[in-house]
Each structure stands twice: as structure tokens, then as C-alpha cells.
Design a protein around this ligand. Structure first.
Ligand code: MLT
Length: 398
């Protein structure tokens, strides 16, 4: 009889966004004539920029002729894309070596898969509330998790406690779900803590392109010492509208080394490379062609214009909620607006209330952890019309 990974029994019954989809489908089946506005999962609505589209087409055409046909590509990504990513970093004065870039099908996969390279006996530090992938994947691997509270008292930006040791630290900045973003000094504190504890930081910067405050770091490598203690996960999902296309990248510096239990030097980059070459055959050539176009001047300008549109949506949502005297967070350097449920409601109750009475789907804060119990998240990735309509309905309801 096969023995199963019974750590799965410690997970919640379903993944947060699957649970939401399930509830919304059930509501929609019962109420087929109601027009539902979906501002739950952070899925983009604007089409891809024309530069990306033309390069995706070029990628397809290349496969149509024997001279340019591509079969298996490098598991780490084609050089043309790795170099485009290196160049993107250099524009922010960060020097990355192409061999430190691993192209993938997105930050969700990489933040989940990275757990493969770590032993079970690590103490994992995870902020609460947080993107549920970090928690669920560590539960699947049976690791001990210490949660650190992110709440109104610390502006949803918890800082390290020197009296608590940890080996693996998750940081997401700008944060999903709260939108809170660490400044340089705060990130330096985390780096100092990691170096002191011989720990590794898993830094999710999937939302860096939403940072409007230029004093805030868009990469952890903007801070001294980070290359010795941090992996950075990035995604084109929100930067370039690739939620359906699927492409991201992970940076693992060559300087990131640790000692094994028997004193052998471990290169995290080499270990991840070993993992990827075994389990992953790379992102399709077509997608990588499109991804490289994102970093071209024209591609970047088109992405920025889409991001601006979502930032306008965020303003509309924030203004609408503030008008109702609701405590709001995020929405400025982040596509997510995180707010206190009205009338001290619990977040799943508010989810049902909003769906039943205004046909709006958001994300209940409790899905991100216990500190989200009384909070709710709305995404700015909807269309302009649906965002305006949602805020009109909220205005009438609350
Ligand atoms: C979210 O809504 O939190 C994200 O879109 C989920 C994801 O990126 O996987």
C-alpha cells in the first residue's frame, strides 16, 4: 500500500482562491441573473501590450520553419531573456549575473517549489497575514512555522525579534494581501537579522512594479548584504499581465552559500539549478519571446500604462472606502486595498454579505491568516467600469 504524505491532512480543506471560486460558482448557479463583479483573486483584465503580442507571434512563427524551430530549451531560460532581466536590474543600479537568473512559469510555482531544497528541520518564519502559498507548501513538507503578527500596530510591517531564531524567512513587499511595503532601513534590519542567524530570506517581489514612492526599494538587492542571504522571486503576472501566459523569474546570487551539516559549502544557486534541471523543462520559447519584449523600452512603456490604469482603479476604491470612514491600507504602492470589515464583521461573513447584497466578490482576510480575521481585500485589477460600479454598490450598501 502506498504511504501518502499525511502532512496534507494539516492543510485547510481547500486552497483559498479555490474555496472562493467554489462559493461564487454556487451563488451564481442559484442566481443566474445577478451580475457579479469579481474583485477577489488578483487577476488582470487588460490585454497584453502590442509589443509583447508581436513577439509572441514571432515566437510562434519561429516554430513553423525548420531553420528556426526550437525543441527543448535551457531549463534556466534562454540567454536573450536572462540578459533582458539582467539589464532591467541594471537600470535600477543592481548588478546581477545572467547565471543568477532562473526563468520560470511564475512566482507561485517557485515560492512553492523552493521548499524542495530545504531540509525538514528548519524553523520557518512567516508573517501573518500572508500569501497562502508560503504556509501551505511548508505544511505539506511538515516544517515548523513561527508566525509573526502583521497588524495595525506595526502598520502590517513586522520587524525581526532578535530573541527568536529562525532559518527561513518569508517576506513579501509590497505585501500581498496588505499592500504594506518595507522601506530601506526596515529591509536592512531583516538582512542584518538573517546574516546574524545564518538564515535565508525568501523575498517575493511580485508587486514591485506598483511601487510609486521612489524611496522604497523595488528589489531586496538594493540593500547591502542581501546577496549573501536572500533569494528574490519575481513575476510578470502583474507587471505585464501574464497571469494566463505564465512567466516569472527567480534570482539566486552566486554569493548565497551556506555550510552543510558536515561542513561542505553549499551553493544555493547550484542546488536550485540541480532541482530545476531534474523537475522542470523550462518555459516555452514562445512565452520567453513575449517575456523579453516586456523589458524593451516599448514593452515597458505599455506595461506602465496598464499599471497606471490599475493604480487609478486603486484610487477609486480607496476614495470610496475612505468616504465611508473605513480604515484602509495599501492601494498606493500596491494593487491591493486592505480594509477593516465594517461593523466589526468577520471577514467570511462580510464576504457573504457583499456577495449576497451587492454581488461583489472580494477576498476575506481570514484566508490569509488569523490577523486577517476582521479585514478584507479588494483588487484593483478589475476593469474601470466594474470598479466604478462596485464602489457605487458599496456606497449604497454600507
Ligand atoms: C492573489 O490574488 O493573491 C494572487 O493573484 C494570487 C497569485 O498570484 O497566485
Amino acid at each position: 500500500m502506498p504511504k501518502f504524505n499525511e502532512n496534507f491532512f494539516d492543510l485547510k480543506e481547500s486552497y483559498l482562491f479555490s474555496e472562493i471560486a467554489h462559493r461564487v460558482n454556487a451563488y451564481s448557479e442559484k442566481n443566474p441573473n445577478k451580475k457579479i463583479i469579481r474583485l477577489g483573486i488578483g487577476d488582470v483584465t487588460l490585454p497584453l501590450g502590442s509589443k509583447v503580442i508581436s513577439q509572441l507571434h514571432e515566437g510562434i512563427d519561429a516554430l513553423a520553419s525548420a531553420e528556426t524551430f526550437k525543441g527543448y530549451g535551457p531549463e534556466q531560460g534562454y540567454d536573450f531573456l536572462r540578459l533582458a532581466i539582467v539589464d532591467y536590474y541594471s537600470r535600477n543600479n543592481i548588478s546581477i549575473n545572467p547565471c543568477e537568473v532562473f526563468v520560470s512559469d511564475g512566482a507561485k510555482s517557485d515560492t512553492g517549489n523552493i521548499t524542495d531544497i530545504f531540509g525538514r528541520d528548519n524553523i520557518v518564519l512567516i508573517p501573518d497575514p500572508v500569501y497562502p502559498v508560503y504556509v501551505d507548501t511548508n505544511i505539506m513538507s511538515g516544517r515548523n512555522i513561527i508566525y509573526i503578527d502583521a497588524n495595525e500596530e506595526n502598520n502590517f510591517l513586522p520587524m525581526p525579534d532578535d530573541n527568536v531564531h529562525s532559518d527561513i524567512i518569508y517576506i513579501c513587499s509590497p505585501n500581498n494581501p496588505t499592500g504594506a511595503t518595507y522601506n530601506r532601513d526596515q529591509l536592512k534590519n531583516w538582512i542584518d537579522y538573517a546574516l546574524e542567524n545564518n538564515a535565508i530570506i525568501l523575498y517575493d517581489s511580485a508587486y514591485e512594479c506598483f511601487i510609486t514612492d521612489e524611496t522604497l526599494p523595488r528589489s531586496i538587492y538594493a540593500i547591502e548584504g542581501a546577496k549573501k542571504c536572500a533569494i528574490e522571486f519575481c513575476s510578470l503576472s502583474k507587471t505585464a499581465g501574464f497571469t494566463g501566459v505564465r512567466c516569472g523569474y527567480t534570482i539566486i546570487p552566486e554569493d548565497l552559500t551556506f555550510l552543510s551539516s558536515s561542513g561542505i559549502k553549499i551553493s544555493v544557486n547550484a542546488m536550485w539549478n540541480r532541482r530545476q534541471t531534474t523537475k522542470f523543462n523550462g518555459v516555452s520559447y514562445i512565452v520567453q519571446k513575449g517575456a523579453a519584449a516586456v523589458f524593451s523600452p516599448e514593452g515597458m512603456a505599455q506595461c506602465k500604462s496598464n499599471i497606471k490604469y490599475y493604480q487609478e482603479n486603486a484610487k477609486i476604491i480607496l476614495n470610496g472606502l475612505l468616504k465611508k470612514n473605513i480604515s484602509c491600507f495599501g492601494g498606493v504602492n500596491s494593487p491591493y486595498i486592505w480594509f477593516k470589515c465594517p461593523n466589526n464583521m468577520d471577514s467570511w461573513d462580510f464576504f457573504d454579505y457583499l456577495l449576497d447584497n451587492a454581488q461583489i466578490v472580494g477576498t476575506p482576510g481570514a484566508g490569509f491568516g488569523k490577523n486577517g480575521q476582521k479585514f478584507f481585500r479588494i483588487t484593483s485589477f478589475g476593469t474601470r467600469d466594474s470598479t466604478i460600479e462596485a464602489m457605487k454598490r458599496i456606497d449604497e450598501l454600507i
